[in-house]
Each structure stands twice: as structure tokens, then as C-alpha cells.
Design a protein around this ligand. Structure first.
Ligand code: GLN
Length: 547
């Protein structure tokens, strides 16, 4: 039966709880254990699928088609364990399950209450797959003391009591602020946060303290004494140059040892950290720099394209170069010539997105990349815009566009080269959708197969003829324009197994121009860079002769 590690946060949000959890997962793996990581989010949305990327950052899609929190992306990147729908839950999901049960009459006339009904449902979630791994790491979103978080804290408290002694531990992440005037790291906010945690019945076993500076022994002792943890279990998590240093840095600080000690696992298996040493070596000993322009809409919040930024870094690591990604708002290209903006870049990436705003600018970025022979990677909407560019400028469909934009505007302006997908096959059944369906969870989501065309660039890059990649879209390039577009030179190099859905397009006579309907960035890892990103960066180096 799995041992449980509950990860909570205090003092302020955005401390990198997700990263700390992911790094701990990687360290436990390095010691030979199997792990699974989960996120419990107290907000009321059923899942983050309907949240704006400006609000919540990227939506991470799992193979089994769940739209989840971006922390699941960190978990996967650090452990290589594919996240599943049952690794993410929110208050909204829990409450909707409870209410469905109530309507069905499952509670036999009882009054439905937070304790025990909501907390029971949270505990049911925690138990899923408990026999499958050695360690289950469960991160609670938000900070201790948040009103919405209370049922989750109560549920993990109850859960730890119901399990045999020593089966569950609590790791709490806090911040030690640096006071410039006195030159001191302050422990008081951490003390208060632990006090808050203990007032709801949870005593942390391990304290992870984020700080800008090393934590002097005096402060460590103070934290141990006032927060009632063992001195060895006060872990300093100093700011790092790269997130991928975290497993090595936290190991040096004794995080994994403190966790194993808390479970009284002795002797602890020795860690095998060569994977992370290689990752660190590739990051810190990179030679040369590749500049990639990301032409998108959600450019103010870096988290909106988290996995893309990470996958580009991995692509750099595969080639031992640094990748400098710069975000450019595509709307600029609707007013200005893209050339002066894009000329300094070695490669151009147009990411996914929703809605018409900024899309004409993306079409112009795709045109620039095609004409100037600059490596281009179009992801989802970035592929659709590249196809629209080809249709308009080379296939004579001058009013080509996407049905998405006509639908949004409420009038018909475009030839729908990209149309609303009403039906598709998943496994052995057909999924049907209407334009006015609910927004939540109704896209074409999760892993689907694509067959690759023999001799194409993508077949060479992947080194195989079928791939499984993750999708999240409502619209699709219409295969009925395939002949026209192929005559113009656009190669449909990846298709769904039934041949109806274009999955990949490429310009065969271009140094590197590929559009994909799926999200390859979601499967890239620092120790296993995604082949498309690795080859995209290789091409950027080659075409610009950087090295
Ligand atoms: N808005 C487009 C669609 O729904 C693209 C989605 C995306 O880029 N993820 O098809």
C-alpha cells in the first residue's frame, strides 16, 4: 500500500510547491521507489479547462483527456510518469460528485454536510490507485487558512488518522522573507503558518523554506524549535538558476533523507542521480544561444505557455545550446510589418490559442517564416494559421479562414478551411459535438494516433510511422482542401488513422516548417526532449550556422 506525502503551502502563494513536489518525486524515484503525484485544487471550477490562461496559466492535458492544473506538467517533466485524469481534482469536481449522488438518492435521506460527505469524497479520491505505487505525493493548492481549502486540509487530517501509523507524512512549504534593513531572514511568518496548520490538526514532519539566501544555523534551530520539527527536517530551498537544478539542490539539503526518516525507512536506499547530473550539465555547460520568437496572444503571463517554454529548453539541452525565447504579441503584426521584429530570430514558434484576436498576425508570422525560410513550428492554432496562410497565398482561397472566428463574430466571412469538428472516432466509438455544446470538457481531448507519411520530415524526426500525441481543440483543417493545398506544395504528413483528420502539415522544400494539430510540448522532458523540439532547435542552429 502506498505511503502518502501531503504537500501544503503557507505564508504566500506561488512558492513553487508544484516544483518542490515534482523534485521530491524525482528524488524518491532516484532511490528506486515508484511514485505518483496528484494535485487537489480548492477552487470551484470543475477543472481548469474553462479558465482563462491569463488567470490560471496553461491547461495541462493528460493522455486520458483530462484538462488539469499546470503543476501536473511539472510532475510529468520531473518523473516521466504520465499524469492521469485521476491525478487532479478540485472542489468543483468534488461538490458536483456529491450533488449528483444526493440527487440519485445515494445518501438515503441524510443531511449532506462538508464533514463527512465532502471530506469522504476527497478521501475516496485519495485512495484511487493506492496499491499501485510506493509513494503517493498529494499537493494541496492554495495556502493554509484559505476558506476553500479547509475541507481538503480536514480530509487529509482524517485520512492520516485512518491509515496505519507512519503511513502518511506532511511536508509544508513556506517563505523566509529577507529584511534588507536588518540583513535578516525572518522566521515569524513560517511560525504563524505552522501554527495555523496545527490549529486544524496537522503537524508538519518536514518544513521546506524558500529563501533568497542560505539559512543560517541559528534560524534553522529556531524554526525547528518553534515549529516542532526535527532540525534535519528543516530544508532550505534557495532560489535556483534553473528549475532542473531542484532535485540535486534539494537532495544536497537533505529533503529526500528527511522524508525517508519521517517514514522511518532505514537504511535508506542510495540515490542514483546521474540523470539529473546530466540534465544540470546540459543546462550549465551549454554553448551558444538560439533565439526563438514565440508569436502568441497570452504573452503577459509566462505560465500561459509553460510547457512550450520548458520544451524549448529541453530542445536546447538536446543540442547543448541555450534557448532564449522571446514572446511577441501577434497583434503587432496586424499593424506593422513583421520583418523588422522577426529578422533577429533563429526560429519562430506559433503556439495554440482560442478566439480571433491576434490571428491575422499569426498568419503573417507563418508567411514570413515560409518566405524567409526560417524554421517554423506551428502548434494547434499555429498549424491552423499556417494552413490558412498557404490557402490564401498559394492555393487561391483568398478568403480562407476558420469557422471559429466566424462563429465568434456571428457572421460568415471566411471559406472554412478550418472547420468545426462535429464527429470523430475515439478507440472504437464515435464522439459527436455541436457548436452550442457546453464549453467544459467537450473539445477533442487527450491522446490520439497519427499515421506519418513515409519519407516525410516528421517520419524522419520521430523515427517511426505512428505517433500518439495529446490534443485540445474544437476546430480542424478540412481534409476536403487537401488536394488544393498539396498542389500548392503543402505536404499532409500526418493523418488520423481513418484519414479524415489532418494531424501534421509541412513544407517539404523548406528547411524546417512543421505544423501540428496536437501539443507535443506536453510530453517533453528534460531527460527525454521531445523529438520535434529537439529537431526544431537543431534546424535553427543549422540554418543560422550558429555553431
Ligand atoms: N482554437 C483552436 C481550436 O479549438 C485551436 C486550439 C488550440 O490551439 N489549442 O481548434
Amino acid at each position: 500500500m502506498a505511503r502518502y506525502i501531503f504537500i501544503t503551502g503557507g505564508v504566500v502563494s506561488s512558492l513553487g510547491k508544484g516544483l518542490a513536489s515534482a523534485a521530491l518525486g524525482a528524488l524518491l524515484q532516484a532511490r528506486g521507489f515508484t511514485v505518483r503525484l496528484r494535485k487537489l485544487d480548492p477552487y470551484l471550477n470543475v477543472d481548469p479547462g474553462t479558465m482563462s490562461p491569463f488567470e490560471h496559466g496553461e491547461v495541462f492535458v493528460t493522455d486520458d483527456g483530462a484538462e488539469t492544473d499546470l503543476d501536473l506538467g511539472h510532475y510529468e517533466r520531473f518523473t516521466g510518469v504520465a499524469a492521469r485524469a485521476t491525478d487532479s481534482v478540485s472542489s468543483g469536481r468534488i461538490y458536483s460528485t456529491v450533488l449528483e449522488k444526493e440527487r440519485r438518492g445515494d445518501y438515503l435521506g441524510k443531511t449532506i454536510q462538508v464533514i463527512p460527505h465532502v471530506t469522504d469524497e476527497i478521501k475516496n479520491f485519495l485512495r484511487i490507485g493506492e496499491d499501485e505505487v510506493d509513494f503517493m505525493l498529494c499537493e494541496i493548492g492554495g495556502t493554509v487558512g484559505d476558506i476553500e481549502g479547509l475541507p481538503f486540509f480536514e480530509a487529509i487530517r482524517q485520512f492520516s488518522q485512518e491509515k496505519p501509523r507512519g503511513q502518511c507524512i506532511f511536508m509544508h512549504l513556506t517563505l523566509l522573507p529577507w529584511i534588507k534593513a536588518s540583513g535578516e531572514l525572518k522566521t515569524k511568518p513560517t511560525q504563524h503558518s505552522v501554527k495555523e496548520l496545527r490549529s486544524i490538526g496537522i503537524a508538519p514532519d518536514v518544513l521546506v523554506c524558500r529563501s533568497e539566501w542560505p539559512i543560517p544555523q541559528k534560524e534553522r534551530d529556531k524554526l525547528a524549535l518553534f515549529c516542532n520539527v526535527r532540525p534535519d527536517a528543516v530544508i532550505a530551498a534557495q532560489d535556483l538558476k534553473s528549475i532542473y537544478e531542484a532535485p540535486l539542490a534539494y537532495h544536497r539539503e537533505g529533503m529526500d533523507q528527511a522524508v525517508l526518516d519521517a517514514f522511518q525507512i532505514s537504511p535508506a536506499p542510495r540515490p542514483e542521480l546521474s540523470r539529473w547530473e546530466d540534465v544540470a550539465d546540459r543546462i550549465f555547460n551549454a554553448e551558444g544561444e538560439v533565439k526563438v520568437a514565440i508569436v502568441g496572444k497570452y504573452t503577459q503571463l509566462e505560465d500561459a505557455y509553460k510547457s512550450i517554454a520548458e520544451a524549448l529548453t529541453h530542445g536546447g539541452m538536446a543540442n547543448r545550446v541555450r534557448v532564449k525565447a522571446e514572446w511577441i504579441d501577434s497583434e503587432i503584426f496586424e499593424r506593422e510589418d513583421p520583418a523588422p521584429w522577426l529578422e533577429g530570430f533563429h526560429a519562430i514558434l506559433v503556439p495554440g490559442g482560442f478566439g480571433e484576436r491576434g490571428t491575422e498576425g499569426k498568419v503573417r508570422a507563418a508567411q514570413f517564416a515560409r518566405e524567409r525560410r526560417v524554421p517554423y513550428l506551428g502548434i494547434c492554432l499555429g498549424m491552423q494559421m499556417a494552413v490558412i496562410e498557404a490557402a490564401r497565398n498559394l492555393a487561391g482561397l483568398t478568403d480562407a479562414g476558420s469557422e471559429e472566428f466566424d462563429h465568434e463574430a456571428g457572421r460568415k466571412r471566411f471559406t472554412p478551411v478550418v472547420y468545426h469538428l462535429k464527429e470523430w472516432i475515439q478507440g472504437n466509438h464515435t464522439i459527436a459535438r455541436k457548436l452550442d455544446d457546453d464549453k467544459g470538457g467537450t473539445m477533442r481531448l487527450g491522446a490520439y494516433t497519427a499515421n506519418l507519411k513515409e519519407g516525410s520530415n516528421v517520419a524522419r524526426i520521430y523515427g517511426t510511422n505512428t505517433v500518439e500525441e495529446r490534443h485540445r481543440h474544437r476546430y480542424e483543417v478540412d481534409v476536403k482542401y487537401r488536394d488544393k493545398l498539396e498542389k500548392a506544395g503543402l505536404c499532409f504528413s500526418g493523418m488520423s488513422p481513418d484519414g479524415r483528420l489532418p494531424e501534421i502539415v509541412e513544407w517539404s522544400d523548406h528547411p524546417w516548417f512543421i505544423g501540428v494539430q496536437f501539443h507535443p510540448e506536453l510530453k517533453s522532458k528534460p531527460f527525454a526532449p521531445h523529438p520535434l523540439f529537439a529537431d526544431f532547435i537543431r534546424a535553427a542552429i543549422e540554418t543560422s550556422r550558429l555553431v
